[in-house]
Design a protein around this ligand. Structure first.
Ligand code: SF4
Length: 55
């Protein structure tokens, strides 16, 4: 069951992002995930967080 009006918990280990809490979570209410250009590996590295901002 999904709850589109409620924030989900976004777990993330990207410590260099300004939205990272340091506790393995993202502090944004939502993020955008985008395809990586030129990557057709069929693995998880085809996607990346487009909401990333360097600290
Ligand atoms: S914006 Fe993306 S990269 Fe940054 S903490 Fe959130 S999920 Fe991770």
């Amino acid at each position: 069951m999904s709850f589109p009006e409620q924030n989900q918990t976004i777990k993330c280990d990207v410590h260099t992002c300004q939205h990272h809490t340091g506790e393995g979570k993202c502090n944004l209410g939502s993020i955008k995930v985008a395809p990586r250009q030129g990557c057709n590996s069929g693995k998880c590295d085809e996607s990346e967080c487009a909401s990333y901002h360097n600290k």
